[in-house]
Design a binder for this molecule. Structure first.
Ligand code: CTP
Length: 397
């Protein structure tokens, strides 16, 4: 489920050179299923014409506080009722300070004052302005009033200087919006460790032993946990996926590296999900030179079992493992649950239609420590993650 689907968002554009980037933002929002209405300040219209946003949002653009075209209700009131969230992007130093003082001398500031909806501010300005003490104080004031911020980023500014003040990447804004609009916050305050992806073991300086795991299931679990309010650390093996928003990502390559990082984060965690497809074997000795192609046998040894080690010092942590099987072998998965001292094991049968490494969906069965089993239907991996978290939250109650 995409937390942005069918949401009504008001995008307030203020007078920064980054205003042109808000066009792309509106386009992306609509692609995510959002209904968008754009409100522009007078200064913003110096940079981009309202027509641009009218076309991109598919709605009229609102610019004037005092124009009532054929309707009895002032626009700041009807818009305030319509919007489920107000996003100010880009937000100038001037507009932020205006909001912080409760001024309402144009449509956008009046709307912000009149609306009860959550508000997200994405600043864009010169780094000198961003570092200014008065502005810092005004940002703090807004935060204290419940406004949330995303950005600004660090990098090249319109002036050519490098510094903080850059309009943040659109991906970040979407990430923050999803976090705000996700309906459940039932993992608030929980510290969560998720591992994901594959690990790699060197055979020689060139070749590796690994598996085909993409990391999708683990990344989805980490993202949904973050949306639900968890403080999430993701220890990830090599993966092409972009990092989940708001999650602390630690990248590793080998099983030993994953073991080290995961055990470190384990100490602080309340809930641990070991979704990584850890390489089960590694070369008993790794030569410094490339192996000769005529060498036909490898001397392998088992890698350390990270989850079993965690099971040994579980205490009151909630421990979840995955059992990657080629066949719906509940008994084999249950054996792993007992051996590794888990609360729950997620049986992932790779032979099922709709399950597997490269696909966006998954078919899993939840097997509980108390003997219950629950098969889930074929679902997108993000929805599988949501169901798994639903059940974990229930179990924690
Ligand atoms: N696991 C681990 N360390 C390993 C191997 C596996 O922590 N060296 C974890 C996996 O992340 C998963 C669970 O143990 O959560 C089960 O992994 P799986 O590969 O299905 O089982 P194995 O215990 O490795 O047994 P086998 O490969 O023989 O099926």
């Amino acid at each position: 489920m995409n937390p942005l689907m069918d949401k009504r968002i008001i995008v307030g554009v203020t007078g920064s050179i980054a205003a042109y980037k808000a066009g792309e933002l509106v386009r992306e929002l609509r692609k995510q299923g959002v209904a968008v209405k754009v409100v522009m300040t007078e200064a913003a219209q110096e940079f981009v014409r309202p027509l641009t946003f009218q076309v991109l949002s598919g709605n009229p653009v609102y610019t004037n506080l005092f124009r009532l075209e054929g309707q009895w209700e002032p626009e700041h009131i009807s818009l305030a009722q319509w919007g489920e969230l107000i996003l100010i992007a880009p937000a100038t130093a001037n507009f932020i300070s205006k909001l912080a003082s409760g001024l309402a001398d144009d449509l956008l500031s009046s709307l912000c004052l009149a609306s009860q909806a959550p508000k997200l501010v994405s600043p864009a300005m010169n780094s000198g302005m961003w570092e200014n003490e008065v502005l810092k104080l005004n940002c703090k004031r807004l935060r204290d009033f419940g406004f949330q911020f995303v950005g600004p980023g660090y990098g090249e500014l319109a002036s050519g200087e490098i510094g903080k003040g850059r309009f943040v990447e659109i991906r970040e804004i979407l990430g923050k919006l999803k976090e705000i609009l996700y309906p459940k916050k039932d993992l608030l305050g929980k510290r969560i460790l998720v591992t994901a992806g594959r690990t790699e073991e060197d055979l020689d300086p060139v070749r590796i032993l690994t598996n085909r795991s993409s990391g999708r299931m683990g990344y989805s679990l980490a993202q949904v946990a973050e949306w639900r309010g968890g403080k999430v650390t993701l220890v990830s093996g090599p993966s092409n996926l972009s990092p989940p928003f708001g999650v602390k990502v630690q990248r590793v390559r080998t099983t030993e590296e994953m073991r080290k990082r995961a055990l470190e984060a384990f100490k602080e965690a309340d809930i641990v999900v070991m979704a990584a497809a850890v390489a089960d074997f590694r070369s008993a000795e790794v030569p410094g030179e490339k192996l000769n192609r005529r060498r036909m046998s490898l001397n392998l040894e088992s890698t350390p079992d990270i989850l079993k080690e965690m099971g040994g010092k579980k205490n009151d942590k909630f421990l979840i493992g995955f059992a990657l099987e080629s066949g719906t072998n509940v008994e084999r998965a249950r054996k792993k649950l007992v051996e590794k001292n888990l609360d729950l094991i997620v049986l992932n049968d790779l032979t099922q239609e709709g399950a597997g490494f490269e696909v966006e969906t998954n078919v899993v069965t939840l097997i509980w420590e108390d003997g219950r089993t629950e098969p889930l239907p074929k679902l997108p991996k993000l929805e599988v993650a949501e169901r798994i978290w639903d059940r974990i939250v229930e179990a924690l109650r």
